[in-house]
Design a protein around this ligand. Structure first.
Ligand SMILES: Cc1ncc(COP(=O)(O)O)c(C=O)c1O
Length: 412
């Protein structure tokens, strides 16, 4: 990976300070990453020079067409897809998943079954629960005490009635990475579709749909340095078969079939720039754009994993702090480290860190079932520290010192 100073220089927000004049520490990434100059520039460039609706005969319209086409090509490379027709855009992941679930609801029959997991963000649960009103049965895969999927219990839920498994790639609350290859195998054995919520994984590691072969995969560009755009990958020609909500003039084939209304063209220019930014993090030149991006994301994974290890180790030694999720030493884990401090509301801890210029989230992060299952709802859920390629070792130590101070103030 390019050295850290290259990465940090690209983000204007990293130059700003808090009210006390000290640099801010951005550990809020799982709620949305910071945005580098090339993305900001691409968006403003669109409004300055190319702003128009698509499919016209005039220059700005043709340029807008090219921007949309390019965004599909870049996302195709990011995901390792074989066709741009597999790449649809929408307002955000949640909206796309609701659109898709409503369409699949008309495709499935009463008595068909869908499996969701207790580890997931609610954006990959509520859309499927809505289908119960059509007689579709939703089953819930439970988790273990370590906040990993209970695979034995999961396997028992699968049957010939299972039409869809809706599963996250990684938990946005505790960083668990699910064994997707195994689950893909199981879904094949019963003839079920597999939908993957890759929103939390996408900023932290490579995605290769050619290898995993999900039927659907969703992610969100604002988590990987881009603007607010939802992305849906659908296996080639799969969307063509599904009755999506659409207006009559809209194309009845993928990828447009699920894209209601006018897309956010400026943001799509930003999506391309974000993917380009990722590709540029890799120092060596690789043969294809997909390889370039995948190597860059593998390098991001190692860099973040190392820092997450330091953070995790430091927190482990704090006597009144409890960590959640699998240990960071595990090879497959996102650099999202969540904890509670005995006797403290998580919002209190987040406020104390905010006073020191350390930006972290607290709560359930919409992973509601997981928080209930961990028994920490009363405590206000978790405090979540999310690392990014722009996080530094100094920031990790500054954060650990700040958490230690909160602990000492509370417990002496
Ligand atoms: C794992 C996960 N899935 C889904 C979502 C929803 O994404 P969006 O905000 O694009 O709807 C989030 C957002 O935080 C998330 O972390």
């Amino acid at each position: 990976m390019k050295d850290l100073s290259f990465c940090r220089q690209q983000f204007p927000s990293l130059q700003r300070t808090g009210e006390d004049g000290k640099p801010l520490v951005f550990l809020d990434g799982p709620g949305g990453s910071q945005v580098p100059y090339p993305v900001i520039n691409a968006i403003s460039e669109y409004y300055r020079h190319h702003n128009a609706n698509t499919h016209g005969h005039f220059i700005t319209s043709r340029e807008s067409d090219r921007i949309v086409d390019k965004a599909r090509l870049d996302v195709k490379a990011l995901l390792g897809a074989s066709e741009t027709s597999s790449v649809s855009f929408g307002q955000n992941m949640t909206t796309l998943n609701f659109m898709l679930s409503q369409a699949l609801g008309s495709y499935f029959r009463s008595g068909d079954e869908i499996i969701v997991t207790d580890l997931d963000h609610d954006s990959n649960i509520s859309p499927w629960l809505r289908l119960a009103e059509r007689g579709i049965v939703v089953r819930h895969a439970p988790i273990t005490d370590e906040a990993t999927l209970d695979l034995d219990a999961f396997k028992k839920l699968l049957s010939k009635k299972t039409r869809l498994v809706a599963i996250g790639w990684a938990s946005n609350a505790v960083g668990t990475v699910n064994p997707l290859a195994t689950i893909r195998e199981w879904t094949r054995q019963v003839g079920s579709l597999m939908l993957v919520d890759a929103v939390h994984w996408a900023p932290h590691g490579p995605i290769d749909v050619a290898d995993l072969q999900p039927d659907f995969l969703l992610c969100s560009a604002y988590k990987f340095f881009g603007p607010h755009i939802g992305i849906l990958y659908a296996a080639p020609s799969l969307l063509d078969k599904i009755p999506t909500l659409r207006v009559r003039p809209q194309l009845s084939t993928g990828p447009e079939k699920i894209e209601t209304g006018t897309l956010n063209h400026a943001a799509l220019a930003g999506v391309s720039a974000a993917i380009n930014f990722i590709a540029a993090l890799e120092t060596d030149r690789h043969q294809t754009y997909t390889d370039q991006i995948h190597h860059a994301m593998a390098a991001v994974y190692s860099y973040e994993h190392h820092l997450a290890g330091l953070l995790y180790e430091g927190l482990l030694h704090m006597p009144h702090t409890t960590l959640y999720g699998p240990p960071v030493t595990q090879s497959q884990r996102t650099p999202t480290v969540s904890f509670t401090i005995d006797g403290a509301q998580s919002s209190h801890v987040a406020q104390e860190l905010a006073k020191k210029g350390i930006l972290v989230w607290d709560g359930d992060f919409y992973a509601m079932t997981l928080i209930d299952r961990l028994g920490i709802r009363e405590q206000g859920g978790l405090v979540r520290l999310g690392l990014a390629p722009y996080t530094t070792t100094d920031e990790i130590y500054r954060t650990l010192d700040a958490i230690r101070e909160v602990e000492v103030t509370l417990h002496g």
